[in-house]
Design a protein around this ligand. Structure first.
Ligand SMILES: Nc1ncnc2c1ncn2[C@@H]1O[C@H](COP(=O)(O)OP(=O)(O)OP(=O)(O)O)[C@@H](O)[C@H]1O
Ligand SMILES: [Mg+2]
Length: 144
């Protein structure tokens, strides 16, 4: 599987990487990494790069599990499944409709529910190398 690896040395560099990646992404994008790895930080840059919101508007979805940025023509969804434990809870969110819509859907902690993820997706793995450095590996999965 072909992967691209990036290294960032600050929060701002990760946001900048998100801005750069924004036009290249589509469909389901799983953001995979530990607490504090930078999943929401990268999301800020992606949302801003898409031109659908300013990064200050992007927060960790806590009570709202599904955030929508942008209008119906060009939406970006940001979903955090950290607080959900059961497949049947996740099923109530209607993720299949979002995946079927062709919208960009950014998901945190979705690798915990592999049976609910589409076969074709992008996986972005983030790993802390030290306090300020992150390794970010992007892999397209399931496309021919
Ligand atoms: N190179 C870097 N890239 C991203 N974040 C960094 C970097 N260096 C330090 N940080 C810090 O790491 C933290 C990343 O937090 P963020 O909310 O993005 O993580 P997360 O992966 O979404 O965690 P959670 O699983 O809790 O949602 C921030 O406090 C940020 O300032
Ligand atoms: Mg987060």
């Amino acid at each position: 599987m072909e992967s691209t690896t990036h290294l960032t040395n600050s929060e701002e560099e990760t946001i900048q990487l998100g801005r750069q990646l924004a036009p290249t992404l589509s469909g389901a994008v799983l953001l995979i990494g530990n607490l504090g790895a930078g999943k929401t930080t990268l999301t800020k840059g992606i949302v801003e790069g898409r031109g659908v919101a300013r990064m200050e508007e992007v927060s960790s979805p806590t009570f709202t599990l599904v955030h929508q940025y942008g209008n119906a023509d060009n939406p970006v969804f940001h979903i955090d499944l950290y607080r959900l434990d059961e497949v049947r809870e996740v099923e109530t969110l209607g993720l299949d409709d979002l995946f079927g819509s062709g919208a960009l859907v950014l998901l945190e902690w979705a690798e915990r529910f592999p049976s609910l993820m589409p076969r074709e997706r992008t996986e972005i793995r983030l790993r802390a190398l030290d306090d300020d450095s992150r390794e970010i590996i992007i892999t397209r999965v399931g496309s021919a």
